[in-house]
Design a protein around this ligand. Structure first.
Ligand code: FES
Length: 163
């Protein structure tokens, strides 16, 4: 399916962003007044290592057209290997999607530092263009309530960690 066959398609994309790098880079992009597509809904996580395969699959199941994880540069994860472990989880999810006939490129992993505001905007733009070209997810769109639940769970964990 291509965007030309789906008139007016606007992708819904979830981005799980590590608070130490990608989320901070997003803030920087905002301060620099860089534009990026509103199609991307950002979920802050304490480390990408907190993102499980189930979170990625659930997002797709709930109707997200694309999902990506954005973590610290390799070798710079504050929890040592969270980003490396999640890179492997993303690869496993891509494989699982391919096996059931869903384009694996709907799920991606990126690495960046907190100083890379322009790269943050570029990733959001790149991902939106890629998903727009793929067309809507073959799974009917729901209300992305799973993503909201994950965000609330992470906020609760952050609150406990900050005590
Ligand atoms: Fe950023 Fe682990 S702390 S990916």
């Amino acid at each position: 399916m291509t965007a030309s066959t789906v008139k007016g398609f606007e992708p819904q994309i979830l981005a799980f962003c590590c608070k130490y790098c990608a989320y901070a880079a997003g803030d920087l992009a905002g301060s620099m007044r860089l534009n990026y597509p509103a199609n991307v809904k950002i979920i802050q996580v304490p480390c990408t290592g907190r993102v499980d395969m189930l979170h990625l699959l659930k997002a797709i199941e709930e109707g997200a057209d694309g999902v990506y994880v954005a973590g610290c540069l390799e070798g710079e994860c504050h929890f040592l290997e969270g980003n490396l472990k999640t890179r492997r989880k993303v690869a496993a999810v891509q494989k699982a999607l391919a096996e059931i006939g869903i384009e694996p490129e709907r799920v991606r992993m990126f690495n960046l530092s907190s100083a890379m505001g322009p790269r943050f905007a570029e990733i959001a733009t790149e991902m939106t263009a890629a998903i727009r070209a793929l067309g809507p997810s073959p799974i009917p769109r729901a209300n992305l309530c799973a993503a909201v639940a994950i965000e609330e769970e992470n906020r609760a964990i952050d609150a406990v960690e900050e005590r």
